[in-house]
Design a protein around this ligand. Structure first.
Ligand SMILES: Cc1cc2nc3c(=O)[nH]c(=O)nc-3n(C[C@H](O)[C@H](O)[C@H](O)COP(=O)(O)OP(=O)(O)OC[C@H]3O[C@@H](n4cnc5c(N)ncnc54)[C@H](O)[C@@H]3O)c2cc1C
Length: 162
């Protein structure tokens, strides 16, 4: 179970300490939660990207290169695509060519991974709305908007080569 919302409303110190939200509207949400559940944790919904993808014989991959918000549902797929490309590049070279292979990996992956991340940020902009009237308006509009249209950018990218 995930409860997401503005940190100032959920009260993240409280969440971190006892794993229960106390903000307005959250009372009772965790009523069924076992007392003293140690598996509950607080996680800030944020992402990040690294300024460079290769240094010598080291490359970051997956979330360590380009961490995703859980808004588009493509972080794991992107990480797996990157793993496939890295394997492909390393499989075409020997020890002497590793650094070049890693630069090729960056060239092939960076734009696509960061593009998907940008799409997930755009979706977050629609989801993370604080204003109640704006959220209401969004919810009304969403009734006329299919999930296919909502995720069109991401769906299109999945038809392109990795
Ligand atoms: C709530 C939520 C929902 C999501 N939903 C989706 C979804 O529906 N679809 C989708 O595609 N993606 C989704 N994602 C994103 C996806 O989970 C990540 O993008 C993906 O797991 C990244 O894979 P990774 O291998 O790079 O990193 P991780 O899966 O984070 O793996 C890193 C591993 O390294 C381990 N580790 C860390 N430090 C060390 C260390 N020092 N020594 C040894 N091991 C270490 C960690 O324990 C972890 O097991 C979601 C993410 C969140 C938070």
């Amino acid at each position: 179970m995930i409860a997401a919302g503005p940190v100032d409303e959920i009260g993240h110190e409280v969440l971190a300490e006892v794993g229960v939200g106390t903000g307005a509207g959250l009372a009772g949400l965790f009523a069924a939660k076992p007392a003293g559940d140690k598996d509950m944790f607080f996680r800030k919904l944020e992402d990040c990207r690294v300024p460079r993808w290769s240094k010598g014989r080291v490359v970051p991959m997956g979330d360590s290169a380009c961490a995703f918000l859980p808004t588009a549902g493509v972080g794991a797929s992107t990480a797996m695509e990157s793993a496939a490309v890295l394997g492909d590049e390393l499989g075409r070279t020997d020890a002497m060519g590793v650094e070049l292979a890693l630069r090729h990996y960056e060239t092939r992956r960076r734009k696509r991974a960061e593009g998907a991340q940008t799409a997930s940020r755009r979706i977050a902009g629609l989801m993370f709305v604080k204003s109640t009237p704006v959220a209401w308006g969004r919810d009304q509009l969403m009734k006329f908007y299919s999930i296919a249209e909502f995720a069109k950018e991401i769906e299109l990218s999945l038809t392109e080569p990795i």
